[in-house]
Design a protein around this ligand. Sequence first.
Ligand code: NAD
Length: 489
Amino acid sequence: MSFQFQLYIDGQFEAGAATFPSVNPATGQAWAQMPEARTGEVNRAVEAASRALTDSAWGGLTASARGKLLYRLADLVERAAPRLAEIETNDTGKIIRETSSQIAYVAEYYRYYAGIADKLEGSHIPVDKPDMQVWLDRQPVGVVAAIVPWNSQLFLSAVKLGPALAAGCTVVLKASEEAPGPLLEFARLVHEAGFPPGVVNVVTGFGPECGAVLSSHPDVDKVAFTGGPETARHIVRNTANNLAKVSLELGGKSPFMVFADADLQSAVNAQVAAIFAASGQSCVAGSRLLIEASVKDEFLARLVERVARIRVGLPNEMETEYGPLCTERQLRNIEAVVERSVNQGAKVLTGGKALERDGYYYAPTILDCTGVDNAESIMTELFGPVLSVDTFSSEQESIEKANSTVYGLAAGIFTTNLTRAHRVSKRVRSGVVWINTYRAVSPLVPFGGSGVSGHGREGGFAAALEYTTTKSVWLRTSDDPISDPFVMR
Ligand code: NAD
C-alpha cells in the first residue's frame, strides 16, 4: 500500500487529523491511505472559504477572469483524465472503460460553466416611482458545502463546482470516505489552475465528524448534496442550525417501461446498460423493468441471454464490462434484500448470489416479481445490479406502476408509438425521462428528481442561478431634499 493522499485547505496540502485505509473493491485489499478531516480541519476549510469570498484575489476578479480559470481547470481535467480514471477505478472498483470516458467528459462541464460565468447578468427594474432607479445586482450566494457520494464523484462535483465558481462562490468539497482518492487528486488540478487559496478546499472524512460539522457550520450559505435519502435527512436537520440553502440529489428506483411495439433488441441492450453498467451503482439505474405482458417471455429470454454474455473481470482491464461493488457493506445488503425478496415470492431468473472470486462481486441479477407487488427489491433502492421485473397490460397500468414508489428521479420509455411516448412521458413522475434511450447526460441539460429522489436541478443554465442571489439596489434620482420623514415613498 504505497499511495498517500492529502487534504487541500486554504491552498495547502496537509495530512489531516488521522489517516484511514481505502480498499480496492476488486481485491478487498487496502491500496492507499486517506487523510481524515475532523472538526478542526473542516472549520479551517470553511474559514478559508469565507475569507476568500471577499478577498480581492477572488472577490475582486471579473466574471470573465473566473471563466478563464474554469477553462484552465477543464483543460487540466482533460489532460489528467487517464490518471484520475486509474485512481477512481482502484478506489471504487468501477470499470476503467467507464471511468476514463466519464472523466474526459467532465471537462465539458467545467467548459460549459466557464462560458456562463460572464453571462450571469443582473437587471434593471422599471420601478413604479418616477424619481427612483432600481437594479438587481447578481451576487454569489456565498460559501458552498458540496457533499458527494463515492460514485461518479468527479462528475457530481463538476455539476456543483462549475456553477458555484462561475457565480463567484467559494467551496468546501467533501469527498466520500468510501473512495476519496479521485477528488483529493483533483485538488492538485485546482491548485495548478491557479485558483486563489481558500476558493476551493477539498476534504474527506466520516459523516458525523466531517459531513455533519461542514453542513451545520454557521458560515456555510448553501449545501449542495448528492447521496442517499437517510443522509439527506441528516443534512436537512444540520441546516436547521445555519439555515443554509439546500439542494438534494438522492437515489431512485427508476422504471424502465417497455411496450409491445418497441424495438425489443434495442430495448434489451438499453436495459443492460440501465441496470448492469457500473454494476448497478448508479442513481438513475433502471432497476424496475415494467414490460407489457404480451412480450414478457420473449423480452426476458433475450435479456437473460444477453446478460450471460457480460464480461465480468478486473475493473482495470479495458475489456471488462462488469466489476465489483464498491464496498463489502453494499454486497451484504444486496444479498440480504435479494434473499428477503425471494422469500416474499420473487423468482430468480439469473444471478441472485455473490460471485465466487476475490473482491465484492455480485452476479448480474434478474428477479421476476410479477404478482409480488410489495417485493422489497421493487420498492427500495438497492444501488446494485438487481433488476426487478413486473408486467402491465395497459398504458394506464404502466403509468400507475411507474409512479408507485416514493422516488421520482428517472424513467425510460421504449415504444415506437410517438403519441404514446408523449402521453406517458408527461404522466410519469420523474425529473428525467429517456425515450428509446437511457443514461444520456449533458452539461446543457438539467438533472434532478422529485419525492424521495430530492429536489433542485443540476446542469444547464438555471443551475448556475442557484448559486447566486440578487441584491435590489434603490437610487433616488431627485435633488429635492427628503421632507417628511414619516411618509416613505
Ligand atoms: P451517502 O448518503 O452514504 O453519503 C454521501 C455523502 O454524505 C458522503 O460524503 C458521506 O460521508 C456524507 N455524509 C454521511 N453522513 C453525513 C452526515 N450526517 N452529515 C453530512 N454528510 C454526511 O451515499 P453513498 O452511499 O456514498 O452513495 C449512494 C447514494 O447516492 C445512493 O442513494 C445514490 O442513489 C445516491 N446518488 C444520487 C445521485 C443523484 O444525482 N441523484 C448520484 C449519485 C448517487
